[in-house]
Structure formats: C-alpha cells, structure tokens
Design a protein around this ligand. Structure first.
Ligand code: PMP
Length: 364
C-alpha cells in the first residue's frame, strides 16, 4: 500500500501485508476472547489452539513426517549452534561441518565448546561464493552428524540439493534460517532442521526446530534445561512461557503460505523474482556484479557490487528515496544485498530492477 516501503532487509524482514492487517484487526480482541494474544495465558485454550494450528499448518506445508517433533523455541538460531551438539553429542564426539559462509562458521565455532567438530570443507578462501561438490567431500564416518547452512544469508550461497551424510548414523543437520519455507524440502533427509523465524515466517523471537524424535533424550549432563529438546518435546514447546505473539504471527504466515497453494507455488514465485534480479545484474555489462557461482545463487539473498564502488552509497540513498530500503550489504562484505524473501512481492523486485537500470543509464 501507499504508506509501505519495499523492505529488502535480511531479517527481521518484510512480512505478508494481508497477514499484518489480519493481526492488526485481531490485536485488541482476538476472536472474541476479549483480549490480545499478548495477554493470554500460554496454557489457556485460546493460545493452545493457536500453537496447535501453527504446528499442524507447518506440518502440512513441509509435509513433516510423524517421526519428527516440531518445536517453537527462543534464543534464535544462534542458540541452536550450542543446543545441537549438546543434545546430539558427547563431549568427545567428532562432527563434520561444511562451512559455506559466516553462519556455518559461527555454528562450527560454537560447537567447539561442546564436541569435537571439524571443518571438512570451507569456502572462505574463495570468499564464500561456492558450495563444494559432494563427491569430493571427505566425511568422517565416526562423525555424529554433518552440519550445513542451507542458505548463507550474508554471502548469498544456497544448497540446491543436499549431501548424503556418510557418518554411521546418516545424520544431516541444516540451518535453514534464511530459506525456511521458501521451497519444498524433503524433511526425511534430515536429522534436524532449525530456523530463526524472522526472515520468511514471522517476527524475531521464535526459533523453529524440526527434529527426529529418536535423536532426543541423550543430552549432555551440562545441558541447560532450556536447551534440552527432550524437555521441550515432552511439554509441546510449553515448558516455560513461549514467545506467544511471535508464534501467533508465524501461524498467520503459515496460513498464508498454504492459501497460496503451498511451497511448490511459493518456490515458483521465488524463482521468478530471483531470476529477474540476477538477469538484471548479469546483463548490466559489468556495471553490477554478483560474485556467487551461478549454480548456487540464493533465491533469497542477492548480494551484488557496483563496478564503480564509490557509487554504492549513492545507490542506497536514491533507492531509499524511492521507498526501497535496506539494500546495503552486510558490513563484513560490503556492496549491496537485496533480500527477497517469500513476502517480498514481485512488484518490489520489478521496481528494484527498473531502478537499477535507470541508475546505470545515469551513471554508466
Ligand atoms: N543462521 C543464519 C543462516 C542466519 O541468517 C542467522 C541470522 N541472520 C542466524 C543463523 C542467527 O540467527 P538469530 O539471530 O536468530 O540467532
């Protein structure tokens, strides 16, 4: 609408307008309950209906098998960097990490406190622009799991398919924070999937963990109770007070994704948006450049630089004037980054592409 900007932020990020409006209409008095979702007991029947529907809609969206638990937790994806080794490893267990960007690196570093992780592949020397070929990956058969970051938010590299874990338990674990629910995923290929909500599915404060139930119950003794999956599974994410309002918002977004026809349809839209943006970059005769290898370019986060890097600040400023905001790249890599999550409409990407062409014509 007229008073909204196109928000290309990496997260917290833009949310579906229709669901914001719905939340607005329910803010003061949720469906005749006489109170806001923010004011409800997390143990009351109203909130229970909200969290149960959120879970069942998410299960429908991702086709999550019965053998997996779905948890709505707090602490961000960052907490999971510790919770995963604490729950799935003993202190001396080896684990394998493929590091395709800053987030995978952070996950690896945190795991060093709780198990014995190795980086079996790192894209750092190539500035995190690639994903390794799976054939060449030397995995440790004794590793407890293989960890990947399915989409690196800062560097814009995304796994298009997934490596087969060669460890004894065949466990693959993925941080899907920045591409969660952007496309269908075969959950049964994973031991555990985790994601912060604040990119594709809701506000910050909710962290979703999808974990195979048979992996639960072996947490290290030092595991804080809030990090113990068993506690959260046994209590249906209600061991303590959950982020109620955030879970409610995620539920609205899941409803919206289902109404759009599910993740296959959502993926089609995401492919189209990414395509026109990457095309604009690639067809700019080098005025714009995306450093990421073509086959692994992210559908969600599109980093690009300007050949004339001194124009970058001007680009961001002029775009903001036209109500396209948050286009500055992450401070660690510079340049530009357009995050085009599910809720970014095609019209937003089209407007950005038109602006890029115009900017180039004026500055080439
Ligand atoms: N993993 C990825 C891929 C991310 O993009 C982020 C946040 N940008 C995180 C982990 C950390 O998430 P949080 O801030 O929710 O802890």
């Amino acid at each position: 609408s007229l008073d909204r900007v196109f928000n290309f932020a990496a997260g917290p990020a833009t949310l579906p307008e229709n669901m914001l409006k719905k939340a607005e209409s329910e803010l003061y008095n949720w469906r005749g309950s006489g109170m806001s979702v923010m004011e409800m007991s997390h143990r009351g029947k109203e909130f229970l209906s909200i969290i149960q529907k959120a879970e069942s809609d998410l299960r429908a969206l991702l086709n999550i098998p019965e053998e997996y638990a779905v948890l709505f937790l707090q602490g961000g994806a960052t907490s999971q960097f510790a919770a995963i080794p604490l729950n799935l490893c003993k202190r001396d267990d080896p684990v394998d990490y493929v590091v395709t960007g800053s987030w995978g690196d952070k996950a690896f570093k945190e795991a060093q406190k709780f198990c014995k992780p190795s980086v079996i592949w790192s894209g750092k020397s190539e500035k995190y622009t690639k994903i390794p070929s799976f054939d060449g990956l030397e995995q440790n058969p004794d590793a407890k799991y293989l960890h990947i970051c399915a989409n690196e938010t800062i560097h814009g590299v995304e796994f298009k398919d997934y490596p087969t874990p060669k460890n004894n338990d065949r466990l693959l674990i993925a941080d899907m924070s920045s591409n969660f629910c952007s496309k269908p995923v075969d959950v049964s290929k994973f031991g555990l999937i985790y994601a912060g909500a604040q990119k594709n599915v809701g506000p910050s404060g909710v962290t979703i963990v999808i974990v195979r139930k048979d992996l639960i119950g072996n947490a290290q003794e030092i595991t804080p109770i809030m990090f113990d999956y068993k506690i959260h599974v046994e209590n249906n994410s209600l061991y303590n007070t959950p982020p109620c309002y955030g879970i409610y918002m995620c539920g609205l977004v899941f409803e919206d994704l289902l109404a759009q026809g599910g993740l296959k349809e959502v993926e089609k839209k995401n492919i189209k948006k990414a395509q026109i943006l990457y095309d604009a970059i690639d067809e700019s005769n080098g005025f714009y450049r995306c450093p990421v290898e073509k086959s692994v370019r992210s559908l969600m986060n599109v980093p690009f630089t300007l050949e004339k890097s001194d124009l970058e600040a001007e680009f961001v400023k002029e775009a903001a004037k036209e109500k396209m905001v948050q286009l500055k790249g992450h401070r660690s890599v510079g340049g530009m980054r357009a995050s085009i999550y599910n809720a970014m409409p095609l019209a937003g990407v089209e407007k950005l592409v038109a602006f890029m062409k115009d900017f180039q014509a004026r500055h080439a």
